[in-house]
Design a protein around this ligand. Structure first.
Ligand SMILES: Cc1ncc(COP(=O)(O)O)c(C=O)c1O
Length: 438
């Protein structure tokens, strides 16, 4: 049986109607390019699921993983292990402020869940405030914490989750305009917390820059306001950096654009550039000290898996050695310039937003009214156009993540200026299809 036949017979794919799928086969990838089973070379404009920051097949990372394989592949979380200690130290080195102690997880969702458990442990409170336009993972708790419409798939959410409206200037839920609004979206969070009883609220959990729900960049003072609210009521600020971490937005972590220190940070994806699965919850020193005196009711068989930790060490060292942060900062103006040019040319584009190499195109059927070209949460026939556009992009040699009226742009961070120019030229051609729908 062919790979594809075996896949169709035995493999479930996430977030898809299985019978509607004909997946492309990828058995080789290098740098920013995928090589598919039909002999096509495809530019990976979303670094797979916005995780392959270092690009595919980086020798230094592969060597780090291979070297670990010859020492020990697994030791239980109760032991100390060189790769685990070094990975935790590397995380403490690159994260802001006093974030210093790490609980390793298998990925992003379980890091989020452990962060929430830790916030509840530290405060003795039960509620968690998150945003509607948010995604925190697909395990049961993380899905409930997400405001993304997929959270409704749960047969009833976990208790204590309170959703708030978003700091989304292009589609302000309060119909206000920045800066005259005086960041009303932050006042709204405080108002909701007062209704819920601040003494019941353990944490505000937020992506510093919203990822899967449309790359939403809050107004500059929003993050500071969140910190102030947390300080005022003794609430833990948890930032979810699963998508925004590791230089993606032109800072090591998205929260650095806010210039505030979270109590707890959650990360995954770019931590190993997807070479092996690994997530982490990182706690500020002052809270770690409190936790040191009690039994930690958190645990996973593969917490701090030496192979994944070795991948984490090699990946962070790869970013440092190759000054990936400087590279992203250097390309940002070119990246945003390309986005602006596309907006000027294509009437289907209502807005372009981005930071670093983390960008989105938002498509509209009418620039005046900002009506979405493909409706938010479109299903079935209504949502077909997203797939058609992704197909057109692929035909033009580009793979990227298209969701409703958003096209996500987040190439591997090692992309060169020439590769970026070429990808945008292909994107430009593909957008003619969306223009034809107006
Ligand atoms: C912001 C954010 N948090 C959490 C997750 C969940 O991570 P994982 O799929 O590794 O569980 C994701 C995944 O896309 C994410 O974007």
């Amino acid at each position: 049986m062919s790979t594809l036949d075996l896949d169709r017979k035995h493999v479930f794919h996430s977030w898809a109607k299985q019978n509607a799928l004909v997946p492309k086969e990828i058995n080789r990838a290098e740098g920013c390019y995928l090589y598919d089973g039909d002999g096509n070379k495809i530019f990976d404009l979303s670094a797979q699921l916005l995780c392959v920051h270092a690009g595919h097949g980086q020798k230094d990372i592969l060597d780090g993983i291979k070297a670990q394989m010859d020492k020990v592949t697994y030791v239980a979380p109760g032991f100390a292990n060189e790769a685990r200690s070094k990975c935790a130290e590397a995380i403490a080195r690159v994260t802001p402020g006093s974030l210093s102690k790490v609980l390793f997880t298998n990925g992003g969702a379980d890091a989020v869940e452990n962060a929430v458990k830790t916030a509840k442990l530290l405060t003795g409170r039960s509620k968690v405030v998150t945003r509607y336009r948010s995604y925190h993972g697909a395990t049961y708790g993380a899905m409930s914490l997400s405001g993304d419409p997929r959270h409704n798939i749960n047969q009833g959410p976990i208790p204590g989750v309170v959703h708030v409206l978003d700091p989304h200037c292009y589609r302000c839920p309060f119909k206000l305009t920045y800066p005259e609004c005086e960041t009303h979206c932050a006042d709204h969070v405080e108002e909701v917390i007062r209704y819920e009883g601040p003494e019941n609220v353990a944490a505000i959990l937020m992506e510093p820059i919203t990822g899967t729900n449309g790359i939403i960049i809050p107004p500059p003072e929003y993050g500071r306001r969140m910190r102030e609210i947390c300080d005022k009521y003794g609430i833990m600020l948890i930032v979810d950096e699963v998508m925004t971490g590791f230089c993606r937005t032109g800072k090591w972590f998205g929260v650095e654009h806010w210039e505030v220190e979270p109590d707890i940070m959650v990360m995954a994806k770019g931590l190993t550039s997807g070479y092996l699965p690994l997530g982490a919850m990182v706690v500020a020193e002052r809270h770690a000290k409190t936790l040191n005196d009690r039994v930690l009711p958190l645990g996973l068989t593969y917490s701090g898996h030496p192979m994944s930790c070795a991948a984490g060490v090699a990946t962070i060292e790869f970013y440092e050695k190759n000054n990936i942060l400087g590279h992203v900062q250097g390309l940002e103006a070119r990246f945003m310039g390309h986005l602006q040019k596309l907006k000027e040319k294509h009437p289907c584009i209502g807005d372009v937003r981005g930071l670093g190499l983390f960008g989105v195109i938002e498509m509209v059927s009418d620039r005046e009214t900002r009506k979405e070209l493909i409706p938010w949460n479109a299903q079935g026939d209504e949502g077909k156009r997203s797939k058609e556009l992704a197909g057109e992009l692929y035909k033009n040699g580009v793979f990227t993540f298209v969701r409703w009226n958003w096209i996500f742009l987040s190439p591997p961070l090692v992309v060169t200026a020439e590769e970026l120019d070429d990808a945008f030229e292909r994107l430009d051609r593909s957008l003619d299809l969306a223009d034809s729908w107006l």
